[in-house]
Design a protein around this ligand. Structure first.
Ligand SMILES: NC(=O)c1ccc[n+]([C@@H]2O[C@H](COP(=O)([O-])OP(=O)(O)OC[C@H]3O[C@@H](n4cnc5c(N)ncnc54)[C@H](OP(=O)(O)O)[C@@H]3O)[C@@H](O)[C@H]2O)c1
Length: 345
């Protein structure tokens, strides 16, 4: 059994961590922190958890969190994370950070897209928490930078194919649609009901902060520079993300060649399901689960491959993936706490 704390437990990603950890067979949730809700029972903030989570939210204190937990999830905004993570790491704790602060290997890329980095030294040892590709490193890590939701949905379909000789790495276009919970719980006009309901819009076109994150990982695996043209969209659903990726092909390939690359890579990976040619995933097939479902089509006569992935942005895109990382770090079964079947519809 491992003792666990969630920093920022009243945000959407934090509350999803609390939900998953409350039923985890090897984790004891001991601490939930929040500034706005300190002193309030967690179940007052999220009444759905009444009778399931009996903890009271606390203000963050490095001393009390370190005393109460062996592993700490930081589910707070970027910049805030780099303020608390170094102290916890120096006390010998394991940390899984859900913000962007520890995802980049190159601090200058982080600084170009976010802000000055105040804990650059930790970037050398932080591991990018995409378990399907970095599980050996995650197993030994003290600090995991949990991936962004958009990069997760782009990287999982693309990475097994990126070194295939038929892929044109200079032609990748990714187009994602995200549910509104991706923007977090704090109130803003952008996510106001009247602005989102019955609406569908693109934003941060070809300049979203998740673009350099996916480029860095793809370039690492391709062993050459890759720049994805990436456009995110906001859709009027609460949770879920669907990504469509268009990739140029250097030669005609059969669906069989594509499917054998994907299927052979994911055969022993519990959370990625590859669909047969001509079947395509839907966000409702993965709602509330840690699955990433992938479909594809070779567009006849166009030398282009289309890949489609779906995830739940709060689970495989955030908190489920973070728990998967904890499982690997502590030698628990990778699926522990994450093995509930999806809703059929
Ligand atoms: N939502 C998603 O789908 C998603 C997906 C992947 C990654 N993430 C990442 O997960 C983290 C949390 O996102 P979220 O969507 O859960 O956001 P959120 O709903 O806005 O929650 C943020 C949480 O952090 C706390 N907080 C806010 N500002 C803080 C500060 N300056 N210092 C300490 N705590 C602070 C808030 O509680 P108090 O104000 O009460 O302290 C709240 O508990 C972010 O880094 C985000 O990028 C989110």
């Amino acid at each position: 059994m491992v003792n666990v704390a969630v920093i920022g437990g009243t945000g959407y990603a934090g509350a999803e961590l609390v939900r998953i950890l409350s039923a985890h067979p090897h984790a004891e949730l001991t601490t939930i922190t929040s500034r706005q809700h300190a002193g309030q029972p967690f179940s007052d903030v999220y009444p759905a958890m009444a009778g399931i989570v009996n903890l009271t939210c606390q203000a963050f204190s490095e001393d009390s969190v370190s005393e109460a937990a062996d592993v700490i999830f930081t589910a707070i905004p970027h910049k805030a994370s780099m303020g608390v993570v170094p102290g916890l790491i120096h006390r010998g704790k394991k940390v899984i950070d859900l913000s962007a602060d520890f995802r980049f290997k190159d601090p200058s890329v982080y600084e170009a897209w976010y802000e000055p980095h105040e804990a650059k030294d930790l970037l050398k040892t932080a591991v990018y928490g995409l378990p399907e590709f970095y599980s050996d490193e995650i197993r030994k890590a003290s600090l995991v930078g949990n991936p962004g939701c958009y990069p997760t949905s782009v990287l999982l379909p693309l990475l097994p194919l990126i070194k295939a000789p038929f892929i044109d790495c200079d032609s990748i276009i990714a187009d994602s649609k995200s549910g509104t919970s991706g923007a977090g719980r704090s109130v803003s006009l952008t996510t106001h009901f009247c602005e989102v309901n019955e609406a569908f819009k693109a934003y941060s076109v070809a300049e979203h902060r998740h673009n350099p994150e996916m480029d860095e990982v793809l370039s690492h695996f391709a062993e050459r520079k890759i720049r994805v043209t990436f456009t995110p969209h906001l859709v009027p659903i609460t949770r879920g993300m669907l990504t469509t990726i268009y990739v140029g092909l250097k030669k005609d390939v059969s669906a069989q060649e594509v499917s054998s690359c994907l299927e052979s890579f994911y055969a022993d990976k519990p959370f990625v399901r590859v669909y047969p040619k001509g079947s395509f995933p839907n966000t409702i097939y993965v709602r509330g689960t840690n699955y990433c479902d992938i479909g594809f089509q070779v567009a006849e006569g166009t030398k282009r491959l289309v890949l489609i992935s779906v995830i739940d942005n709060l689970v495989k895109g955030a908190s489920g993936q973070a728990v998967q990382n904890m499982n690997i770090m502590f030698g628990f079964p990778e699926t522990a706490g994450l093995d509930q079947p999806p809703f059929p519809l």
